[in-house]
Write a protein that binds this ligand. Sequence first.
Ligand SMILES: Cc1cc2nc3c(=O)[nH]c(=O)nc-3n(C[C@H](O)[C@H](O)[C@H](O)COP(=O)(O)OP(=O)(O)OC[C@H]3O[C@@H](n4cnc5c(N)ncnc54)[C@H](O)[C@@H]3O)c2cc1C
Ligand code: FES
Length: 335
Amino acid sequence: VSKVTVDGSDQSFICDSEDTLLRGALRAGLQPPYECNSGGCGTCKLQVMEGQTENLYPDAPGLSERDIKKGRILSCQHRCISDNLVVKTRLEDSDPMLVTPTRFKGKLVEKINIAHDLVEFVFESETNINYLAGQFFMLDIPDVGERAYSNSSVLDDGSLLKFVIKRMPGGKGSNHLFSAAEVGNDFRIDGPYGHSYLREDIDRDIVLIAGGSGLSPMLSILRRLNSGSEFSGNIHFFYGAKALVELNENYIHEAASNLGDRFSFMAGLSGTEDEVAGWAGECGFIHEVVDRNFENYPDFEYYMCGPPPMTAATQKHVMLDKKVPMEQIHFDRFY
Ligand SMILES: Cc1cc2nc3c(=O)[nH]c(=O)nc-3n(C[C@H](O)[C@H](O)[C@H](O)COP(=O)(O)OP(=O)(O)OC[C@H]3O[C@@H](n4cnc5c(N)ncnc54)[C@H](O)[C@@H]3O)c2cc1C
Ligand code: FES
């Protein structure tokens, strides 16, 4: 184990040999800035002042040439080598809602086909795991490595943890899960992570905007609102897919079955003419669909999730074009 001291503060934490600097800090209850925990976003950049680290993902896209020249590293992709390390990083105020991440074993117990190349994977964990609706976990995929997956389950599911996963063309992790992983296989899981969780104490009506596998955390949020939550406002869900075969509206409505008139759903398809053949609903990117069908944006609380281009376009639309304050927007980008 190594001791990591945060330069210019009285904070330090212990990092074990398996943990990255980021995970060590989070397990100690500290809140350094981070978003994806996957090397993609660059939010977790920090400077090592003393000591040595090992880089687990040298090609990580989250670090620019300029960052590398300035000696910055991604704390989510570096482990300690030295016994003592001094790092320079910002620490955010602790969020009392956040649950400290832990490692545990999960057995794959079911694969539920939702739509084309979209499956809900159900794992049974050794013990009941605590987390908030909409957070994500790191799934260790044999012979591939870890990938981040947002949970689609809720605490009421007990020891069952669910993740909606999309098969990515050529993707190592997702293809392993779709093709090689079998019911009964054990996986190492670590979590929960992420800040884009459902804020149940905020009274504003809710807008959910997701694309593709961004459905996963939205199902978690919907399932929580559907039973067990004291939130009594309305929920509007806008969901974007490319092709008609990627859409399963019934699955989404099932997750909201108790919400009645408080729930509204609209899908938009953005694929080619062939891909959307037979679809009578909205077409275009999901932020365009929202734009055509929604108003009074600043009155709502937003949760958005999906691939980076989708979340970037939607965030720009909601924040810049429609002037929604940043504090009302919570999003996860799927790097
Ligand atoms: C916060 C978050 C939540 C996510 N939630 C979901 C979800 O609910 N459902 C879903 O389908 N997808 C989700 N993703 C995307 C998911 O993590 C994978 O990127 C996706 O499944 C493609 O992985 P792949 O292995 O199939 O593709 P690949 O192209 O093989 O791998 C892509 C991703 O793997 C990571 N990676 C690649 N090489 C390395 C390496 N050497 N070391 C470390 N990491 C590496 C990178 O993050 C990269 O973006 C989420 C991503 C993030 C960041
Ligand atoms: S949190 Fe480390 S790169 Fe995104």
